[in-house]
Design a protein around this ligand. Structure first.
Ligand code: GLN
Length: 487
């Protein structure tokens, strides 16, 4: 078998367990694939060839001794926003270009303990601010389905590395859609868990009341396996919730009888929704009905305020979180400065990119004395109304369906001059973060010109298992996730 990099985690696990392949062979195949195509798609910022091969050898020993689990020996990539001990963690920012963390993020530690083989750190929008990956301080990651197009952001490197078989699974972060959007644009599965489900200890903070970490996989069951490793209480993250974690990979094939799927009427009327996307989502609803689900109409009346509320809350929290990059404690310091204030100014002026600066300016303004009530305070009230919309809707249904992105992946450069248009591409994903609920994106079709389209399934707080179940039934009934980009 010379195409080992094409395996899913589920397939690789069974071949590793039966000793038909070794993790060293699998990891080699993945590293060779990265060497062949990374310059075409720019997915990896750092490739960890030596440590990956060493970990693969350790995993093989563990499997040999009968102590392996479903993730032992599985090559994965990690978004460069998660701290990795001894391996630089850049957040795709010049300000952290040479930052080497002295500790592992909680999720990285969990994945290491499970025996995964991290093959590298992947590209993203700088500090996770963006929807297209064009805001990386280093390079633009390209969509393997069409390299003239964006892969989605901000976890674009994660989605591309999975979609183009440069790893078997990846870990991303989602503050307003950053796992789901690139998953949708690259035709892979991506889950944003409930706020509090996965520890963010060691995740470089963007907007603390919204950030969540989650998996991206080639199929739904791979996301479930990764979730089993990621989820759970961690006293080091004060927002982590101490409730039992189910076995996410328990996804029996017994249809969707009794499951009520809510279709929000506001989403159908959303501005800028491409006809190909709405047609693919409509067809997905029909497929779910055939599987036994019942469709109900629900209303999320405050949806139209989500973009405005998010783009006050997220920049405000970012302006506070990013105050720590002052040239003293981490990463880059501008050597040309003559005094302390000048050093702060030059470090931040030269270290941060344009979008990050825009957000710091907006956020600082929104939080400043005299404006707090009018902006952050008001946006927080709107956020509560959005949460209540979901609470009400979930009294009528078990899950809510929507598109992920309003249109298939657009061309690189198409929206870079117009940040407001870019922000509007988050219309379907932001609400789940504002409400703290889980959401998954799975492949549900292709546009007329062959570009991927994703379906979003949102669930009640802590019901990741419920949405994984619906997603896995849909995946079994369709073949969208088996299609591969030709790269
Ligand atoms: N696109 C959104 C933003 O730019 C969300 C990013 C994210 O989820 N990290 O803020």
């Amino acid at each position: 078998m010379d195409q080992l990099h094409q395996l899913t985690i589920t397939q690789a696990y069974s071949l590793l367990r039966s000793k038909e392949i070794t993790s060293r062979e699998l990891t080699r195949s993945v590293l060779d694939r990265i060497a062949r195509i990374n310059s075409k798609v720019n997915a990896f910022i750092t490739i960890c060839e030596d440590s990956a091969m060493a970990r693969a050898a350790m995993a093989d020993e563990r499997i040999q001794s009968g102590n392996g689990g479903p993730l032992t020996g599985i090559p994965i990539s990690v978004k460069d926003v998660l701290c990795t001990r001894g391996i630089r963690t850049t957040c795709a920012s010049k300000i952290l270009e040479d930052f080497v963390p002295p500790y592992d993020a909680a999720v990285v530690e969990k994945l290491n303990n499970a025996g995964t083989v991290m093959v590298g750190k992947v590209n993203m929008d700088e500090f996770a601010m963006g929807s297209s990956n064009e805001n990386s301080g280093f390079m633009i990651t390209k969509n393997p389905w069409d390299v003239s197009r964006i892969p989605g952001g901000s976890s674009g490197g994660s989605a591309v590395s999975v979609s183009a078989d440069m790893c078997l699974g990846s870990i991303g972060s989602d503050t307003g859609g950053s796992i789901r959007q690139p998953a949708s644009h690259c035709s892979v599965a991506g889950l944003k868990p409930t706020y509090g489900r996965v520890s963010r200890y060691g995740l470089v903070a963007f907007a603390s009341s919204l950030d969540q970490i989650g998996p991206i996989g080639k199929c739904v069951s791979d996301c479930a396996i990764l979730m089993n490793a990621l989820a759970g209480y961690d006293p080091k993250d004060s927002t982590s919730v101490n409730i039992p974690v189910p076995d996410y990979s328990d996804l029996p094939e017994n249809g969707l009888k009794g499951v009520k799927i809510g279709i929000p009427k506001e989403y159908e009327a959303a501005e800028g929704l491409a006809p190909d996307v709405s047609a693919a989502v409509d067809r997905a609803v029909v497929t779910l009905e055939k599987l036994g689900a019942e469709k109900v109409s629900v209303s999320l009346p405050h949806t139209r305020y989500a973009v405005a509320a998010y783009y006050v809350i997220a920049p405000s929290e970012a302006s506070s979180n990013l105050a720590r990059y002052d040239g003293v404690k981490y990463g880059f310091r501008d050597p040309a400065a003559e005094n302390l204030i000048g050093m702060y100014k030059q470090t931040r002026s030269n270290g941060f990119g344009k979008e990050v600066k825009r957000r710091i300016i907006i956020g600082t303004y929104c939080l400043s004395a005299g404006y707090y009530d009018a902006y952050y305070g008001k946006a927080s009230q709107v956020r509560t109304m959005i949460m209540e919309d979901f609470k009400r809707a979930f009294t009528h249904c078990d899950a809510i369906l929507s598109p992920v992105a309003p249109e298939p992946p657009f061309r690189i450069g198409e929206k870079t001059d117009d940040p407001l248009t870019m922000y509007l591409s988050d219309i379907f994903t932001l609400s789940a973060n504002l409400a703290g609920i889980p959401g998954i994106s799975i492949p549900c079709g292709f546009s007329g010109d062959g570009l991927p389209i994703g379906l979003q399934i949102m669930g009640k707080h802590f019901d990741e298992h419920g949405i994984l179940k619906i997603a896995s039934e849909f995946e079994r009934a369709t073949d969208f996730n088996t299609k591969k980009p030709d790269i």
